[in-house]
Structure formats: structure tokens, C-alpha cells
Design a protein around this ligand. Structure first.
Ligand SMILES: [Fe+2]
Ligand SMILES: [Fe+2]
Length: 376
């Protein structure tokens, strides 16, 4: 009895999963196939998308691939952390002398020896993997077989980042699951609805452009792409409020702002960074302090900027909707060296403020002096 098992977070299922399962079914010709969404992957933070929705999308995406397809809520029934060796144990109990084929992507393959009780898995199942585009031959040290062919280099985290950045569903997910993502407002679509309702069109497009540039820079600077995009899309959430409204919001929610009285008198629009961070935390439940700090610091910077914070500061001033010629220069610098881009961006911002006969916030001056000291 051949039992094929395909587990994963599937958050969401994408076309790479579909291609992998299709090929595995063709090559292995299993008697039965179990698709087992993770309830709580031991290697990831608890998946934010409810199990039932991930399962619903899987049923649509995998429909018709093979006759004997079981959408298995084993992990949900277990109700806690479940390891792959336990899944293998469960299948061995369920079937008499099963030949278990464990289907994994190449990203998992290189990690498999770190899984709990790996020897049990290798002794009782055949690990079957699909090579992804760009996979460098670094054969795992345990028995496994590769499916023929190369599979697209897709990942659910990229799909989520795409939706969060653009508000649009990429064609890397099966078209049939798009209505569920839209209807349930998954992966940040509720943020887009809010931004569309609270920002002018131009500002909303700017936010999307900053998120898109943040995604590109995240690859270069080793930042989690979803983290980068979250900071980018939310950085100007408070920009739709007027000066008096921003002042009122800061007072009402006791938002701490250095030089608050001066800013209120001279340039209340500067408060939008603080209000945006407050909205990210309280309206959109962002808990990551690095994201909240980056949003707070995107206008004036600080003396303790993280890589994410520097990246957002630079992305904000150089996104593709910025039409002044320096935007292009800063964008290109950012692709090469973040600190150089930051120094240039801070310089342009200060000069622009002076040229506009506006008040210079001491935080901006502090940043400049700090960067100059560092550069020397
Ligand atoms: Fe801003
Ligand atoms: Fe901005």
C-alpha cells in the first residue's frame, strides 16, 4: 500500500505546491494521498491564517489531482505542536504495512536533519523532494529521491508579501483560491481597505511603492520580506490626518513625541510618523518593535536606527513615485550601500527643509551629525 503524504503550512497554497503534488502522484502512483496542513509548525510562529481557511483553499487547489485524496486534519486534532515523525507513526497505525512517501520541497530537504527524531522518519518513510529553480546541489545526508524536473521557485511567504505590498493577488496562486483570499481579507487586504478609505489616492500609491521597494531592498539587506513590506505599507497610515487632528490623536493616546510642543507649533505634519506607528500597533495589531520603530523613525531618523529603519527611511524618500532627480540617485545608492544612501537621503531632506524655509526639527539635525561622525 503506497501512501503519499504532503504536509506544510500552506499559508497559502501556491502553484509550486500544486505542481509538486501533481508530479509526485504521477511518478509514485500512490494508493492514497494525505494532505496534512500544519496546525502549528515547530519551526514557525503560529500561523496567523485559521486552519479551516487554509484547508478550504487546499481543497480547491488540489481538487481532481488524484482520486484517493484525503484532506487530513490530523494536526488540528492533535491540537498542539506536531512533528513529522509523529505523522509517520500515525500513518503506520492507520494502514497495514504502508509504504510511506513523504513529499517535501527542497527548502525543507536541507533542513530535514534538524527535525525531531529524524532517524525514525528515514527508517519508516521515503523522503521525496522536488528540485526548485536555482537549487544548488547540496545533497542531504539522508536517503531521499528527487522527482524528475525542476519546480518553480515559489514560496508562501513571497505570496503573502506580494499581497501585503500591492493589495493584489499574484498569479502564483491558483486562480480558484483568489476569491477566498479576497472575501476573507487575508494577508493584509484589510490594511489596503483601510488605507484606501483614509488616504488620498496619491498617498496610497506612494505607500504601495515604498512597500515594493522595501521588498526589493529586503533581499539585499537580509531582512524578512514580510517585515520589510509591513513597515513599508503602513509607514504613512497617519498621513491622511490634518495637523490639528494629528496633535489631537497624539494627546488623546498619549503618544510620546520628542520636542512635541515645538513640532505642534512649527510642523505638525511631522507627527504623522508617530501616529502611523500607533495605528500599526493598535489598528493592525503589529507587535514587532522593529517595524514600529522603523515607522516612527521614517521621517526624522534616530541615533539607533536598525537596518530595517534605515531601509524604510531611504525607501520612503526614493520610491518610484518620487519624481525629483535625487530619488533615482538615492534608490541606486540603496541597492549598493545602505549607509551611503542614508547619508545622502538625510542630506537631501535637510536641504529641502531649509530651502522651503521650514523649521528644522532637532532630531533631524542630530541624525545628520550622527551620520557624519560615523562616516568619518
Ligand atoms: Fe511619511
Ligand atoms: Fe512616505
Amino acid at each position: 500500500m503506497k501512501v503519499l503524504v504532503f504536509g506544510g503550512s500552506f499559508d497559502p497554497v501556491h502553484k509550486g505546491h500544486v505542481a509538486l503534488l501533481r508530479r509526485a502522484v504521477k511518478v509514485i502512483a500512490p494508493d492514497v494521498t494525505h494532505v496534512v496542513p500544519a496546525y502549528h509548525s515547530p519551526f514557525k510562529a503560529k500561523s496567523p491564517t485559521p486552519f479551516r481557511l487554509r484547508m478550504k483553499m487546499l481543497k480547491i487547489a488540489f481538487k481532481g489531482i488524484t482520486k484517493h485524496l484525503i484532506f487530513d486534519d490530523y494536526e488540528l486534532q492533535q491540537g498542539g505542536k506536531t512533528y513529522t515523525y509523529q505523522l509517520v507513526q500515525y500513518l503506520k497505525k492507520r494502514y497495514t504495512n504502508p509504504e510511506i512517501y513523504l513529499l517535501v520541497g527542497t527548502d525543507c530537504l536541507n533542513d530535514l536533519h534538524n527535525w525531531k527524531n529524524p532517524q525514525y522518519i528515514f527508517d519508516n518513510a521515503i523522503v521525496v523532494a522536488g528540485k526548485r529553480k536555482g537549487y544548488n546541489e547540496n545533497p542531504a545526508t539522508f536517503p531521499h529521491v528527487f522527482l524528475p524536473g525542476i519546480f518553480p521557485k515559489l514560496s508562501s511567504s513571497r505570496v503573502r508579501a506580494h499581497i501585503l505590498a500591492s493589495g493584489e493577488i499574484p498569479d502564483t496562486v491558483p486562480a480558484a483560491i483568489a476569491p477566498i483570499i479576497r472575501q476573507e481579507k487575508l494577508y493584509g487586504l484589510e490594511i489596503h481597505d483601510w488605507l484606501k478609505a483614509h488616504l488620498k489616492v496619491k498617498r496610497y500609491l506612494h505607500s504601495k511603492n515604498v512597500a515594493e521597494l522595501a521588498a526589493a531592498l529586503s533581499d539585499i539587506y537580509n531582512i524578512n520580506v514580510e517585515t520589510a513590506v509591513r513597515a513599508g505599507i503602513l509607514h504613512d497610515a497617519g498621513k491622511g490626518f490634518s495637523g490639528p487632528e494629528l496633535i489631537e490623536l497624539c494627546r488623546k493616546h498619549k503618544i510620546k513625541v520628542p520636542f512635541f510642543e515645538d513640532i505642534c507649533l512649527q510642523e505638525p505634519s511631522l507627527l504623522h510618523s508617530y501616529v502611523s506607528a500607533w495605528l500599526a500597533k493598535h489598528e493592525f495589531n503589529v507587535k514587532d518593535k522593529d517595524v514600529l520603530n522603523a515607522i516612527t523613525e521614517h521621517t526624522l531618523g534616530s541615533l539607533h536606527m536598525s537596518v530595517l529603519s534605515k531601509m524604510l527611511f531611504v525607501a520612503d524618500i526614493s520610491s518610484k513615485d518620487r519624481k525629483y532627480k535625487d530619488a533615482f540617485v538615492i534608490r541606486n545608492l540603496a541597492l549598493q550601500d545602505l549607509d551611503t544612501a542614508l547619508l545622502y537621503a538625510a542630506n537631501r531632506k535637510l536641504l529641502f527643509t531649509i530651502d522651503s524655509q521650514k523649521w528644522l526639527c532637532p532630531l533631524g539635525i542630530d541624525l545628520w551629525n550622527h551620520l557624519i561622525k560615523q562616516a568619518k
